[in-house]
Write a protein that binds this ligand. Structure first.
Ligand code: MCN
Ligand code: CUM
Length: 795
């Protein structure tokens, strides 16, 4: 049952009451606020050298020759390494997370501007950078492929001639749904609306750029790698497979991470270069990219060119959705997604609606742009899927002359239909959409807003109201059909309670700012009654945590969160047996009340979890068959994904003179099932909504005809600040996940997924008097101006 009440918060700030879920200040913040965070660039090791990467100035060129002699002679330089030298060791190419290969350093050709060509290792950062300037590379410049729409033209230059027999720029084809059934529904529909929709290339742009410190100890044969990674265990396995270093001799440490947003999922050439450099020089080596390197060369997001079609009855019953997508994957397919899902979870483009049929056909191509694909809080491409469906539903509302809220309410999957299997085969675990939508409308004062809008329109003012309703699929995933390069997507968790009743929980996931040190302590606290302040969370170190696939696709709560709850229950079960011995009653005669076992009917007789911890480790007998100690470990394999949902309403004003868009109000109602820490959830939602303003109105990685990246600095790639965003208005409903042990669903990417369509729908709504039905992001003043003049520029 969905409810709109907030659980009574019994735990405030860092007081010591033994409770779990609820608002609580973040345990990690004192460290960050006092400048005690420890990021990769803070790592200083004795004798450490510094690595800098020479990058291609052009998008597509054959390498004729490289002269490194002047660089080698430059003061302080320890080594200069080119692709040819790596090739001799078989290390010039590495596998990507999508079964493609990517050049660590270019050997034959460069394939995007900013591609890694050579590196210098020197005594300090400056000496390394100075020496880069002395490397002389002769390029034979080739025509680049910049526009994905031209990639498959017969005369397009072939980018991936490294792949055997490759004669074009085709990357992969993918389809989902039933083409014939969908065509049949379209043929008999009263109304069909189609719209070309582009989700432009954007960049996660975390505050901390990517980097690594590699320290190879030739005596131990052990590699320690501190790196900006969202998936330390998966990276370790891949390094072992690629570099041939035994896995137990590799320790990957992800220390404090200054934002990931998907940017830190892939393995980058820079990490591999640092490892090679440490092996070659016998010294620790640090590589830290600068802002431009981050923007031009690492994990971009989106770049989907979509055609959406929607079929409906005249009275507004949505029947089917069909889409055709051209996906621009850049020069190497570096997407991170479960192997069976080359388009990520784009298959949920059917949205929150009960359809009769759906079909998607996708073609992915190579272009002369940086690789990437899955990044920027994308929930594995659900960003693109939700944008498509929520934009096309608005186009339909416009065609039918129907209110967009009413159209959505009429077509929602109904609560009794859950678990609901979509026409593309996804099983939505639970949902109750109408109350969420109604709450958002009530918070926004929807009817009143429409009246205000009508009055303003009459005066020539441009006000828009945009709605988006989303369903996400997060928590990858059941290992029977989800793996990354053969590694099943399960998560381990280990909990140890020390003799004095303090505990440590070790996770396989990794936090980049989401507050795991707090929320995972709360999950365990809720189950075992030890206060969160007494529970330390250890993560991000492969030597000290159980194996698991890492943090992305908002999977930590759905997968590791479940693991944490279950491991705590396992420990509690053991504690119960020990308690029964201490109280000399049978296990069945004990009642658990958070933090203590009591004898039924005799509440005066009880032992706390702390008493039990001491007994578990102390002198005296334990019940027969019970080993000493109080700890457990599990590996959790989810039976399904979790499907959070939300209703977002955005109000914009557009200046008719300058075409400047102002987001005046934004109401976000999120349903992520059971809520662990409402304050952290609000923080996640605020951040994601801010991302949405950025993508909808400001952010785009663009390229000129020659393939020069035009978003290579934060002067050109605009990210939002507090000035561009309103005071967010958040609300929530709670529809627990039926299969998750505590009913929680993920929330980390929800707002980034749901907000761009709400904002664009609002801007398009504002421009209705000009007959505008669609305009592509980012809705900068010039694009809005063009749209007002019926002259949209090609994106
Ligand atoms: N949470 C909760 N109750 C729930 C669900 C979540 O209290 N029902 C809490 C969690 O305990 C966790 C946070 O909210 O502290 C996010 O949880 P979850 O939705 O499980 O997402 P992850 O922890 O797996 O984080 C990953 C997600 C992704 S994929 C991107 S991208 C993103 C995001 O989180 N990157 C972020 N949010 C980010 N926030 C910050 N500050 N920095 C990033 O890099
Ligand atoms: Cu797709 S960005 Mo997050 O999954 O790390």
């Amino acid at each position: 049952m969905t409810s709109v009440h907030e659980r009574v918060d019994t735990f405030h700030d860092n007081d010591q009451k033994p409770v779990g879920h609820g608002r609580m200040l973040r345990k990690e913040d004192p460290r960050f606020l006092r400048g005690r965070g420890r990021y990769v660039d803070d790592i200083q090791l004795p004798g450490m050298l510094h690595l800098a990467i020479l990058r291609s100035p052009v998008a597509h060129a054959r390498i004729v020759g490289i002269d490194t002699s002047a660089a080698e002679a430059s003061p302080g330089v320890a080594a200069v390494v080119t692709g040819a030298m790596l090739a001799e060791q078989g290390l010039a190419w590495m596998p990507t997370l999508s079964n493609d290969v990517q050049a660590v350093l270019a050997t034959d050709k460069v394939r995007f501007q900013g591609q890694e060509v050579a590196f210098v290792v020197a005594e300090n950062r400056y000496a390394a950078r100075d020496a880069l300037e002395l490397i002389d590379v002769e390029y034979d410049v080739l025509d680049p492929v910049v526009d994905a729409r031209r990639a498959l033209a017969p005369d397009a230059p072939v980018i991936r001639d490294d792949l055997e027999g490759k004669t074009n720029n085709h990357c992969f084809d993918w389809e989902t749904g039933d083409e014939a059934a969908t065509a049949a529904v379209f043929a008999r529909a009263d109304v069909v609306v189609s719209q070309d929709i582009v989700y432009p290339r954007v960049h996660p742009a975390p505050m901390e750029t990517c980097g690594a410190v590699a320290d190879f100890d030739p005596v131990e044969g052990k590699l320690r790698l501190w790196s900006t990674t969202q998936a330390p265990h998966a990276h370790r396995t891949l390094y072992a497979l690629v570099a041939g270093i035994p896995e137990h001799k590799i320790q990957v440490i992800s220390p404090d991470i200054g934002g990931g947003f998907g940017n830190k999922v892939p393995i980058y050439p820079g990490y591999v270069c640092a490892i090679v450099a440490s092996i070659v020089t016998g010294k620790p080596v640090k590589w830290m990219e600068d802002r431009s390197e981050n923007l031009v060369s690492t994990g971009f997001a989106r770049d989907y060119i979509m055609r959406g079609e929607i079929a409906a009855t005249r009275d507004g019953r949505i029947l089917a959705i069909r889409t055709n997508v051209l996906a621009d994957h850049g020069a190497f397919n570096g997407t991170a997604a479960p192997v069976k899902y080359p388009a990520g979870f784009f298959g949920v483009f059917t949205g929150s609606y009960d359809l009769e049929a759906a079909y998607c056909k996708m073609t992915a191509v190579y272009t002369n742009k940086a690789p990437g694909g899955v990044a920027y809080a994308c929930s594995f491409r659900i960003t693109e899927a939700v944008y498509l469906v929520e934009r096309i539903v608005d186009c339909l509302a416009d065609e039918l002359g129907m209110d967009p809220a009413e159209l959505r309410l009429k077509n929602f999957i109904r609560p009794e239909q859950f678990p609901y299997t979509t026409k593309t085969g996804w099983v939505y675990d639970s949902g109750n959409y109408e109350p969420t939508m109604r709450l958002a409308m009530q918070m926004a004062g929807y009817d009143e807003l429409r009246r205000e809008q009508a009055a303003k329109r009459a005066r020539g003012e441009l006000m828009g109201i945009g709605i988006a309703f989303f369903t996400e699929a997060v928590g990858a995933g059941p290992r029977k059909d989800m793996d990354i390069l053969g590694l099943g997507m399960a998560d381990g968790c280990e909990l140890r309670v020390h003799p004095t009743g303090k505990a440590v929980v070790r996770l396989s996931v990794q936090s980049q700012g989401q507050g795991h040190e707090t929320t995972f302590a709360q999950i365990v606290a809720e189950e075992i009654g030890i206060p969160p302040a007494d529970i330390d969370v250890v993560h991000g170190d492969t030597d000290n945590t159980p194996f698991g696939l890492g943090t992305y696709g908002s999977r930590s709560t759905p997968v590791s969160g479940a693991a944490a709850a279950l491991v705590a229950r396992k420990v509690r079960d053991k504690a119960r047996i020990i308690a029964s011995g201490m109280l000399e009653v049978s296990v069945a005669d004990l009642e658990w009340e958070k933090g203590a076992f009591r004898v039924k009917g005799d509440p005066g007789r009880s032992v706390t979890i702390q008493d039990v911890a001491m007994r578990a480790h102390g002198a005296g007998d334990l019940p027969e068959g019970v080993e000493g100690g109080l700890e457990a470990q599990i590996c959790y394999n989810p039976s399904n994904l979790t499907y959070p949902h939300g209703a977002y309403i955005c109000v914009v004003d557009v200046d008719p003179g300058t075409a400047q868009v102002t987001v005046r109000r934004f109401v976000a109602v999120d349903d992520c099932g059971t809520r662990i820490n409402p304050m952290i959830i609000e923080g996640q939602v605020h951040g994601g909504l801010t991302d949405g303003v950025g993508m909808a109105l400001m952010e785009m990685i663009a390229f000129d005809e020659d393939g020069n990246c035009l978003g290579a600095s934060l002067m050109d790639y605009l990210i939002p600040t507090a000035l561009e965003v309103p005071d967010w208005e958040t609300g929530f409903t709670v529809t627990p996940s039926p299969h998750h042990p505590i009913g929680a669903k993920g929330v980390g990417e929800s707002a980034t997924v749901g907000s761009p369509p709400a904002i664009v729908n609002a801007v398009v709504d504002a421009l209705k008097p000009f007959g505008v039905r669609h305009a592509d992001m980012p809705l900068t003043p010039s694009r809005v101006w063009d749209a007002m003049r019926g002259n949209p520029r090609p994106p």
